[in-house]
Design a protein around this ligand. Sequence first.
Ligand SMILES: *Cc1c(COP(=O)(O)O)cnc(C)c1O
Length: 329
Amino acid sequence: MASTYVAGGDVEYGRYGNPTWAAFEAALGDLEGGRALAFSSGLAAVSTVLDLVGHGCKVVAPRHAYNGSVLQLADLEARGRITAELVDVADTAAVTKACAGASLVWIESPTNPALEVADIPEIVAAAHEAGAHVVVDNTFATPLLQQPLGMDVDIVVHSATKFIAGHSDVLLGAIVTGDSELHDVLKKRRDMIGAVPGTFETWLALRGLRTLHVRMDRAQANAQELVRRLSAHPAVAEVRYPGFGAVISVVLDQGALAADLLTHKTTLWVHATSLGGVESTFERRRRWKSEPATIPDGLVRMSVGIEDVDDLWDDLAVALDQLAPQRPV
Ligand SMILES: *Cc1c(COP(=O)(O)O)cnc(C)c1O
């Protein structure tokens, strides 16, 4: 917990480095297969990467990427810094076509909250052909379920706030790259901007990382079982799940009102934004004015935790049954 160090050692000042950051970065770097840098939040990491894009250059990004990332792109575009082309990241032909003339291709897969999956290797090939760098926001999959650097992606970004820290008590971000030149550039920018994490937060995230595999196993198994049960419920019009991970999006038959009723009628499921904690949380995403209108009004994003799956289902079923009273036995 030091802001300064005895002069003449490896680190002089707390903005340039910290042994706890180094331990966290070594662990995350190992998992992703590159070198990691910790940041004060996921969005601080996103902003540091977008800051590398040259004046007037083009960025391709998913229209349903994390809202905060899309808002940063829109802000940079409004100020004349970059041009952004938003694409359906699951439409590989559209993404590869958009790569022409781009300097950065931003991928999020699965996307938050639409849960679309990108064909990362195909997009990487087209982007590199066009001379663009590729970034993957790997927050939803975590390095346990997807390792983008192994698919030739240049940079991985994380909101470690979510599954990596895993207990809804920390804000933290990370950037991982296999390119040491890029690593040095990013480290220099972190030094300069000061978007550095707290020592205690980083220590908590490192502690969280130690149970990531156990938490993810359980949360994913819970999610897969809930997908089966939700798909059979008459109040649910659509279940979106990429087949892996612990986030499900459901679209309710009766739209926003039903979604709001559901999120207020449970006792175990907590109505809250964010995701990736040990406790199950959910929210209707369009309650945020900034969420695009292409996300259905009645879409509820569910972050499945590690509780008993029958407890989770019973709690949901009581609420869902009230939305569909004529449910066949
Ligand atoms: C939450 C989130 C972010 C932003 O991270 P913060 O730690 O909240 O700043 C970025 N990308 C994705 C996919 C997220 O879910």
